[in-house]
Design a protein around this ligand. Structure first.
Ligand code: FE2
Length: 272
């Protein structure tokens, strides 16, 4: 889709069994391109699960309020949800990587479009490996050994998340430490691993130093030249690599129209 991110997959029907060869093509393409856009699928929740399991094992998402009753490993994203005070909740606005407050954050997230608005609602991706490679060597050295503190909801984030129920809070760690630069376990490439909605601080750095540094890294990494902007088509199944991408949703469409997608995540490693 761009020279650094995204590949389109056509000519496969994921409601049918997938051969070992096709599975290998898909999983290799996933690592090589970071985003796969698999077109023209029409999948029930259980078929989405089976398709995404070609790439790994399902990760149990944190806020079970969004789980589908008939298939709880799948959550939904919908623009029809509201905060308790009645304001509309647009999930995924603002740059982030999913569930980085987990000790083993999900390696991948997949979305299957069920209902889309006529226009808008694109998902943007920023390639953090390309962004790392383009940093000046002095900045690469400065951040090479930094460790960030990730929490469910950063006090520095302007984007507010839905609160967790008490039962969910018990499953979700209070804080975890992850390197600011991580090495992809399959490609070996280094990526900047930051998350404005989750990072509370950097170990050993004053906020006065840490926050401008994180802001500078985010601004660099989300420049247009590192982005792939996905324009959704009906039937798209999109799977992306959380280990080397940031992503964001856009609430820029007619909110009287429904935007509804299924979401599945896959288990990942401890970032190193
Ligand atoms: Fe997300």
């Amino acid at each position: 889709m761009t020279d650094h991110t995204g590949a389109e997959v056509r000519g496969i029907d994921l409601t049918r069994p997938v051969s070992a060869e096709a599975k290998a093509v898909l999983t290799n393409a996933f690592v090589a391109h970071s985003v796969l856009v698999i077109r023209e699928q029409s999948l029930s929740p259980h078929q989405v699960l089976a398709a995404v399991e070609l790439f790994g094992r399902v990760f149990l998402q944190h806020n079970t309020r969004f789980a589908l009753p008939e298939c709880p490993q799948i959550h939904y994203l919908s623009n029809q949800d509201r905060f308790p005070d009645g304001r509309r909740y647009i999930p995924g606005e603002g740059w982030h990587t999913d569930h980085s407050n987990d000790a083993r954050p999900p390696k991948a997230t997949a979305l299957h479009a069920v209902t889309l608005p006529d226009r808008g609602g694109d998902t943007q991706f920023a390639n953090m490996a390309a962004a790392h490679a383009a940093l000046p060597p002095v900045m690469q050295d400065r951040i090479a050994d930094l460790v960030a503190i990730h929490v469910y909801q950063s006090s520095h984030s302007t984007r507010k998340l839905m609160t967790l129920s008490d039962a969910n809070k018990e499953r979700v760690p209070n804080a975890v430490l992850h390197p600011v630069v991580r090495t992809h376990p399959e490609s070996g490439r280094k990526s900047i691993y930051i998350n404005p909605i989750r990072i509370e601080g950097i170990l050993g750095l004053d906020h006065k130093e840490a926050l401008p540094l994180l802001g500078e890294l985010l601004q660099h990494a989300t420049a247009d030249r590192f982005q792939y902007r996905h324009r959704w088509q009906p039937g798209d199944l999109v799977i992306w690599d959380n280990r080397c991408l940031l992503h964001k949703a856009n609430g820029d469409y007619d909110m009287d129209q429904t935007r509804y997608l299924y979401r599945v995540m896959l288990e990942g490693d401890v970032p190193r």
